[in-house]
Design a protein around this ligand. Structure first.
Ligand code: DP6
Length: 327
């Protein structure tokens, strides 16, 4: 019996300029560029073991055996790695997150980044961040960004560009900011991002406007990060978030990811700003509010969000490092 195994850690990321929409569905290319910050300590740890004795691929997520779509998506990644390595053994994948899965906290981003890198390393291919990022992007575009640490950009995809990958724009220690996550709900979301963005493209009258408005916001977020200008990044991030949610909501049927706790947390963020604390909010395809602020204000922001009605709890994250192989 032959076994080849590798374990990696990837960190979640949060988009400061949002990705929503595809320019090539088959290759999973984004219709807009996006920029994220990789988050420490929100981690996925994944072990992939290729084992000749296995009759089929087996995937467990947080100790529970996966089936349906998550299993199919993981098998697609394993098939690509097997084809590259000219191997045929099936694999056992064991993946766990230290934050809520499938609730808008970007677990698919760290999950697919970790899966690609662990599978690739288990078949003894040499580390290749660009190819990992491109493979991860095909599985879930936000995952392309979790290969790298710090502040990361994924460009818009030109249809047919199978190699599109993310690239870092500044390292984790470039800027001492914090992301305070106000957890609104622990359950999984109703409509996943892939399905949601396809629906928006097909039915939302604001989809074109969203795509057309994104370039300017991406420029502002990038320039703001490089200049460590929280006002510039925060204002562009809030507009990117709300433009994306307006596009989602105008879909048919409407995609409403925001919940009462979300609006209540947004009111707290506004109130903090009125009190002179520089803090800005973003939400993904889920109800949680992620508040971006200076490190020195993080405790105050966490205390205010933590005592906001309907917010369950808060988590505080900081810019984190690139994907790591640990065994
Ligand atoms: C709202 O990367 O999950 O979080 O490529 O279809 O897997 P697929 O979508 P996914 O979408 C993330 C959307 C978002 C914004 C963002 O992270 O940029």
């Amino acid at each position: 019996m032959t076994q080849h195994s590798a374990t990696v850690i990837a960190r979640a990321n949060i988009a400061l300029a949002k990705y929503w929409g595809k320019s090539d569905v088959a290759l999973n290319l984004p219709a807009v560029a996006s920029i994220s910050v990789t988050l420490e300590p929100m981690r996925t740890e994944t072990t992939v073991t290729f084992d000749d004795a296995l009759a089929a691929d087996e995937v467990s997520l947080n100790g529970k055996r996966a089936d349906g779509k998550p299993l199919t998506r993981a098998i697609k990644v394993l098939d690509q790695v097997r084809a590259l390595a000219k191997r045929s053994a099936h694999a056992r994948v064991e993946s766990s997150n230290n934050f809520p899965t499938a609730s808008g906290l970007a677990s698919s981003a760290s999950g697919f980044a970790a899966l690609v890198a662990a599978a690739w390393s288990a078949v003894d291919l040499p580390r290749d961040d660009v190819r990992w990022s491109a493979l991860a992007r095909q599985a879930s575009a936000s995952a392309a960004r979790s290969i790298y640490g710090g502040f990361v950009e994924l460009p818009r995809g030109v249809p047919g560009d199978a190699g599109l990958a993310a690239h870092p724009i500044a390292p984790a220690d470039h800027w001492d900011v914090r992301v305070v996550v106000a957890v609104a709900n622990e359950g999984p979301k109703d409509v996943g991002s892939t399905e949601g963005m396809t629906l928006s493209e097909r039915t939302s009258p604001y989809y074109r406007a969203w795509v057309d408005s994104s370039d300017k916001l991406v420029e502002e977020v990038r320039a703001g990060i490089l200049a460590r200008d929280l006002t510039k990044v925060g204002e562009a991030m809030e507009q990117s978030t709300l433009a994306m949610h307006a596009c989602m909501m105008a879909s048919r049927p409407g995609l409403i990811y925001l919940q009462p706790a979300t609006l209540s947390a947004l009111a707290t963020v506004k109130q903090l700003r009125r009190e002179g604390v520089e803090v800005y909010a973003t939400m993904d395809a889920g109800p949680h509010v992620k508040a971006l602020c200076h490190a020195r204000d993080a405790e105050k922001v966490a205390a205010a969000l933590g005592s906001t009605p309907m917010v369950l709890r808060t988590l505080t994250a900081q810019p984190g490092g690139a994907l790591e192989r640990i065994s």
